[in-house]
Design a protein around this ligand. Sequence first.
Ligand code: GLU
Length: 304
Amino acid sequence: MDFKEIIEEIYLNVKNLDDKGKVATYIPELENVDPENFGVYITTLNGFKFGIGNYKDKFSIQSIAKVLSLNLAYQLIGERIWERLGVEPSGTAFNSLVQLEADNGIPRNPFINAGAIVISDILICNLKNPKEDFLAYVRNLSNNPELNYSEKIAASENEVGFRNIALCNFIKSFGNIKNDPTEVLDFYFNLCSIEMTCKELSEVFLFLANNGFSVNSKTSVLTKSQSKRINAIMLTCGFYDESGDFAFKVGLPGKSGVGGGIIAVHPNQYTIAVWSPKLNEKGNSFKGMRFLEEFTTKSELSIF
Ligand code: GLU
């Protein structure tokens, strides 16, 4: 399969599309990005690597980091994690409060904000120095000691984080947050502020294509069964209210973020990261979605 040729052709087609998307502005600092950025990077398990466009530029990975925090929490407390949150698509907005009342403070899944906030709480309970330890975990997975939080973006999100503050306090009222909400939110905002390039993103996530084994850190990050489960949650819940559409059109597990990044995983084959900051009305990268749809269609490779 000549991935290079396919990627080059699709990249040019999608680059020239009339992008109707809009850069996320609800976190003020996210606006400071060139909306025309567009990068792609693929890493295959058999050693092929290829990038095009702005694949070396760092961007805010936002919700994509929720997969990494879930991984670490799953590693630390195993199946007990599912006592604190579920694995069903929510069918509501990523920052919605409505279901929590009926569900007694148990978030529907780890990728909506409510779920990622509970995961943050679990990590704070189980790590000595939560922010430092989490960053060390991500650096180790990527074999890159330079990866970092963006203080600017975390502070910017904190300033306007009224909904997340409400979510955290609301969940705490049901007893499903154990720590001080200010500490939990500080961890959560930092988690979302991590910056990576498409290349780094694709490399960090390779363990999910490799049954939980990280080539970079040379360790089993997850068991085979856990890796299957994380991929399943990505497939069913990874794209806000557009997860069904992504599965339908692309046919791969993946996760998007409001910074315009998308990581998609083909188990036993590759990971591919795409970044273009303008988002469609569902909050996913307009060009990123189109690129991946054409990529699995032209390559005729998906999990289905
Ligand atoms: N930090 C963002 C928030 O809580 C994450 C949103 C996202 O990428 O989905 O609003």
